[in-house]
Design a protein. Structure first.
Length: 237
């Protein structure tokens, strides 16, 4: 009985203060960018002299990029941080229709952008048109769900899955786009205090994001909320 009471009190305080009162150790806190974990899983094989575009560069541009591009110069619901611009060439453009030449870039980095686009097929075709190689990263469905991003209006239009060299887009259904009633996991992940959920994400990042390196081309399938295949490729890779 006493154990149950202690457990209920512990859960109560975690929900109020968004920390695990049993682990008052320094946590990770708010992270800037994604390159710090990507390089643990991948070798981008970017050489000195390569022309590298970060499309959708946002507030934490890809450190290896030589060129930056983003559609939103001002505040937007599609990111939390302010747009960062530095001495690298910057272009305002929509991924679905960029001003760049065919195969202009040796490498195109596209991280946490494709889940936002209106036309995934066109966006994917544009990536392959302007880049010789590249990298695509999108949040997994479990990530969007646990962090309660489903409550944000006009935020992520698609949840995705990578199978081999194929990127599968599935449109969020209206019934799925709702406030799940808690931001607990979001706060635990960004907490300055170490906690089991933060460790879970850091140690299993590949379950919370889809990562895909591609060269020359990749396949995609786009499925709407009714289960209809809107578009797909038939490359043999």
């Amino acid at each position: 009985m006493i154990h149950k009471i202690k457990r209920r009190i512990s859960i109560y305080w975690q929900n109020i203060f968004h920390l695990d009162i049993q682990l008052l150790k320094q946590g990770k806190g708010l992270q800037e960018g994604r390159y710090f974990y990507q390089k643990q899983y991948l070798d981008f094989q970017i050489k000195e002299g390569d022309k590298v575009l970060d499309i959708g560069s946002g507030g934490y541009p890809f450190p290896l990029a030589t060129h930056l591009a983003d559609f939103y110069e001002s505040e937007t619901t599609h990111r939390n941080e302010e747009l960062k611009r530095d001495n690298r060439p910057f272009t305002v453009c929509n991924l679905e229709s960029t001003p760049f030449a065919n195969k202009e870039f040796d490498f195109v980095y596209c991280s946490h952008l494709l889940e936002h686009v209106d036309n995934p097929a066109q966006a994917c075709e544009e990536l392959m048109r302007i880049g010789k190689r590249g990298y695509v990263e999108t949040p997994s469905k479990i990530s969007d769900t646990m962090f309660n991003f489903t409550k944000i209006p006009n935020h992520h239009k698609w949840h995705t899955q990578v199978l081999g060299s194929t990127l599968i887009f599935m449109e969020w259904k209206p019934s799925e786009r709702r406030d799940l009633g808690t931001d607990y996991f979001f706060h635990q992940y960004h907490s300055k205090w170490q906690n089991p959920f933060q460790d879970l994400v850091w140690n299993n990042r590949d379950l919370f994001v889809n990562m895909m390196l591609w060269e020359e081309k990749f396949n995609y399938i786009v499925i709407n909320q009714e289960g209809e295949v809107l578009s797909s490729t038939k490359f043999k890779i």
